[in-house]
Design a protein around this ligand. Structure first.
Ligand SMILES: *Cc1c(COP(=O)(O)O)cnc(C)c1O
Ligand SMILES: [Zn+2]
Length: 420
């Protein structure tokens, strides 16, 4: 594999892994798949489904040939991430009125979000370079994922967390895994700016969302979807967007599958943002060429509360080349969809529910047909934000139409039966 700058195309030396190109551009992994055979890969990926306790039992490393072929197995730090369920929910399908629907539950990852798909690769890479200290800034899930893998590898992690609009659950999870958590006054975007300025000087391995090895790992989400559906793609894939790393990985993974001949067409992709943090949606829908950062992003879906998404160029290029669309949904629409996903038994955190809310809107706008099929990617776990759950079910949020408050009764047969 080679590491190339996305802007100036200059090749970087892998061993001097830096955070950004000296020109300020994002780095990208470029792989050569010319010697790979699609049928052989399919057989290999299928056989590995029965692996136990080897790196190939992971839903990321199962696809090692497409993610990081050169990495020695002994450097892999894995918690058998991926391998998440692809569910069809009849209740949600009916609510949407679409022919076919699947939900890809990345919430079932070991630290509870899709960040694990990428973090296993970044930490493995960092360790192979000899790093023992890792760092990131995060809206929460990246921190918990990094802290988990660093602990697993016997390494240290240091995370910078904004002091506002971050779910306490995620911070507590990060602390529990033993990370040094440094809270700062500011937003996620301020944290990113700090790394752009001082990242190199810190001398730590940086695991922010633009880390190109994380992107390689996150490609496995769409590989798994393809393999589960026997290499037949749905009409649509919907994904929430904050920093836009996941849409970038989705696009890159789809291009890989097409190049290899594992799929025959790229499905249409819809990127969903929350109305209070939708600079990318604004740029695409206004057909602008440059992203205008939002100074004060604000949404209940804290995992997407980002005003200046670092990967916007990569995301834009993929969407524009593939007739992708964007959509923006309100917090109220997100919470309504979330309540439905939770009650279906699948469950997710607010940011993930934006996909179902977005699909409903796109169907109403006739951009998605009722005769089509769709996969929605649920990015994080239901227990990642108990504060929002509490406000929704126990009071504090307006228009909580599907709230399920606690009942209270005397412990007598009559009183209990009165509640039924
Ligand atoms: C990180 C995250 C997102 C946003 O993904 P980006 O790659 O930042 O666009 C969405 N949902 C959850 C649960 C996340 O943790
Ligand atoms: Zn460059």
């Amino acid at each position: 594999m080679r590491i190339v700058c996305y802007d100036c195309h200059e090749e970087q030396s892998e061993l001097e892994f830096g955070y950004l190109c000296s020109c300020g551009g994002l780095l990208e992994v470029v792989q050569d798949f010319s010697t790979l055979d699609a049928d052989k890969l399919k057989r290999t990926f299928h056989q590995r489904l029965s692996e136990r306790m080897t790196p190939y039992a992971s839903g990321v490393w199962r696809y090692k040939e497409l993610i990081y072929p050169e990495l020695p197995e002994s450097d892999i730090v894995t918690k058998y991430e991926g391998n998440t369920g692809l569910y069809s929910s009849e209740s949600i399908r009916q609510w949407l009125g679409i022919r076919k629907l699947w939900l890809k539950a990345q919430s079932e990852n070991p630290s509870g979000s899709f960040k694990d798909n990428g973090m296993t690769v970044a930490v493995s890479h960092g360790r192979s370079l000899g790093y023992s200290r890792f760092t990131c800034t995060s809206t929460g899930n990246t921190s918990s994922s990094l802290a988990m893998y660093a602990a697993l590898a016997g390494c240290e992690s240091i995370v910078l967390v904004p002091n506002e609009q971050v779910s306490l659950n995620k911070v507590l999870q990060t602390l529990a895994y033993g990370a040094k958590v440094i809270e700062f006054a500011g937003t996620y975007d301020d944290g990113i700016q700090f790394y752009e300025r001082y990242g190199r000087e810190m001398g730590l391995y940086i695991c922010n969302s633009i880390n190109p090895y994380r992107i390689e790992g996150q490609k496995s989400i769409v590989y798994e979807i393809a393999q589960s559906l026997n290499w037949e793609m749905p009409d649509w894939i919907l994904i929430p967007g904050g920093a836009l790393s996941n849409i970038t990985a989705l696009g890159k993974g789809l291009n890989d599958l097409l190049e290899l001949g594992l799929i025959t067409r790229i499905p249409k992709v819809a990127l969903i943002q929350a109305e209070g943090a939708n600079p990318f949606h604004k740029m695409i829908s206004r057909q602008e060429q440059q992203l205008v950062p939002l100074k004060h992003p604000s949404t209940l879906a804290s995992a997407m509360n980002i005003g200046n998404p670092p990967s916007w160029k990569k995301a834009r290029d993929f969407l524009l080349h593939n007739e992708g669309v964007t959509c923006s949904v309100t917090d109220e629409e997100i919470m309504e969809a979330k309540a439905l996903i939770d009650r279906s038994g699948i469950g997710c955190e607010p940011a993930s529910a934006a996909t179902i809310a977005g699909l409903r809107k796109l169907i109403a706008e006739k951009k998605v047909g009722r005769e089509e099929s769709a996969v929605c990617i649920l990015t994080g776990n239901l227990l990642k934000d108990t504060d929002v759950l509490s406000k929704y079910h126990l009071g504090g949020l307006r228009n909580a139409k599907s709230s399920n408050p606690i009942l209270s009764a005397e412990l007598s047969l009559e009183s209990i039966q009165g509640c039924l």
